[in-house]
Design a protein around this ligand. Sequence first.
Ligand code: CA
Ligand code: ZN
Length: 301
Amino acid sequence: MAQEITRDTAFFGFSPAIEPALRVAQGEEVHLTTHDCFSGQLKTPADTLATLDWSITNPATGPVYIEGAKPGDLLRVDLLEVTATGSSVMVAVPQVGALGHLIEQEETVILENRDGKVYFKDTVVVDQDPMLGVIGVAPAEGVVPNSTPGPHGGNMDCTLITTGAKLYLSVAVEGALFGCGDMHAVMGDGEVVICGAETPGEVRMTAQVVDIPALPTPFVETEDLVAVIASAESTDAAYKMALDMMHGFLTKVAGLPVNDAALLMSLVGNLRFCQVVDPLLTVRFEFPKKVLADYGFSMPG
Ligand code: CA
Ligand code: ZN
């Protein structure tokens, strides 16, 4: 029997000070429901940011205490299934996001989710590819608002964080205090207008401590690739972090020679934006698992 926690139990900043809402064993399956990033406040095109209660934006369901996880541990979160439910909402708002200088009229758009598709107005139908924008663990001290990404995870808005992905995070407090939310039924890399198809959803997952010395975090593994995620005050600073993190992974964890790692990052690696609209900006560097296998390396477990 999986343990369950609903969107009614949410927090708005990752912090060691929040009482756990659920305690689970390592590897035990957890079912979560999540709110959209507005806590469901935008229901029709007439609902705008002007009437929004900002204090309940970016909710994360949790925190979930992972028994036995302790500071210094590496936590692997396996996303068994990420499912969008209900309808989605998007907003275009003057002076907000990376396109705000071009937007003159605020608009709230409700998008229907049906049969694995997202319906944008009467014009466009796209495949759902649901992902979690906010996912992380508590920092050692203080509070990191859920709007903000960082070494703990948080609002990374990385489109790789979807069904089948494994996310590795560094544990900073007893129990890790995991939470997630801000699901997007679909989102483009960059999240340029300030949102994806913001949607409530359901997540099936497990979390467990694993031992991979020197693994840089946050780190994502999908069927085909691995990626490091870096957030900073500028995309320049973020991409430099991501390059160093991936080169460190390739040389110190996967065992590639220094020059091979650098050459192959340039040959088959991809530097991509996650989002350019949050308080810190996030990029990732992706590297194919097939090339790791050519060097005799595969991710443990
Ligand atoms: Ca987000
Ligand atoms: Zn979002």
